[in-house]
Design a protein around this ligand. Structure first.
Ligand SMILES: C[S@@+](CC[C@H](N)C(=O)[O-])C[C@H]1O[C@@H](n2cnc3c(N)ncnc32)[C@H](O)[C@@H]1O
Length: 279
């Protein structure tokens, strides 16, 4: 069994504990030597994935500037804000006239962000929402019935890094409608997906170790037991839910997840999808 499979086999509470124990030595060392960036959580608390937290956040900021034309005065919504990876990078970019809102289904990530980031940057705000996600939260409330806690037409930009890759298709379809509601006319959304061509025999999703063996109607799962572990959408599924939300798909920038040969000096692992609310 791979380490990833083993991790998914644990219930959410135990996954957080396993991570904490695994990183305890390095966290103690970094804490004692003062090596950690002031806005970086201990590694054992970074439940959103591995890698360099600060560098990845800067990469996300770079993508928002490059593809969504992010401005320092923008009002932005970070859906699935996690433990502040993107928010930390944005603290050095948004100015006092800008506004940041984030929400997430993991309380400890939201609490860390409010404790560490909001304290120093009052125009940043994070909210916990109790919604079910079999990778992250045991709540009984489904995301399909969730109204984002903001009035209509509030945001210049909405973004989701590695969030729709962990949600079910009906939940994503509902969130796209909510995104269309809270975006200002002409506002943009940058979101990441794993996308595949249904017409290819293997779906072009099994060339690397990172694959989606469970075939469903219009999407594929990495793990049948943990449905939110990772999900890949057929291009046709994406188009139909984007249309249903009355958003316009303006661009797709392919990532290299399905084929390491697609890796360049500045592209991302996941596919990037750019959407706009029509004026
Ligand atoms: C891989 S993490 C990415 C976090 C963050 N966007 C980042 O790039 O660091 C996926 C996040 O999506 C959140 N999430 C999952 N389902 C959600 C939902 N229905 N609504 C909001 N956030 C959700 C998880 O709790 C987790 O923090």
């Amino acid at each position: 069994m791979s380490l990833r499979k083993l991790y998914y086999a644990l219930p959410p509470g135990l996954r957080y504990l396993a991570r904490k124990v695994y990183y305890l030595p390095v966290d103690l060392w970094e804490g004692l030597t003062g090596k950690r960036h002031p806005y970086e959580p201990p590694k054992g608390d970074i439940y959103i994935g591995s890698g360099d937290f600060i560098r990845q956040g800067r990469h996300q900021l770079d993508l928002l500037r490059r593809y969504a034309g992010l401005q320092p005065s923008d009002a932005v919504l970070d859906v699935g804000s996690g433990i502040g990876r993107t928010a930390v990078a944005l603290t050095g970019f948004l100015d006092a006239s800008g506004r940041y809102e984030g929400f997430d289904v993991v309380q400890k990530g939201v609490d860390w962000c409010n404790r560490k980031i909001k304290k120093d940057f009052p125009n940043f705000n994070f909210q916990y929402v109790a919604l079910n996600n079999d990778l992250y939260n045991n709540s009984a409330n489904r995301a399909t019935g969730f109204r984002f806690p903001y009035p209509d037409a509030q945001f210049d930009k909405v973004f989701l890094f590695s969030v729709f890759t962990h949600m079910q298709v009906d939940e994503i379809a509902h969130y796209l409608k909510e995104i269309a509601r809270v975006l200002r006319p002409g506002g943009q959304c940058l979101t990441t997906f794993f996308l595949y061509e249904e017409s290819r025999p293997d779906g072009a999703v099994s060339r690397t170790e990172f694959n989606f063996p469970v075939q469903k109607q219009g999407y594929r799962l990495m793990d049948e037991q943990v449905k939110s572990a990772n999900i890949a959408l057929a291009f046709s599924t994406l188009s139909s839910i984007v249309d249903a939300a009355r958003l316009t798909q303006t661009d797709i920038i392919r990532g290299y997840w399905s084929d390491p040969a697609l890796k360049t000096s500045d592209n991302s692992f996941q596919d990037i999808v750019l959407l706009r609310r029509p004026v």
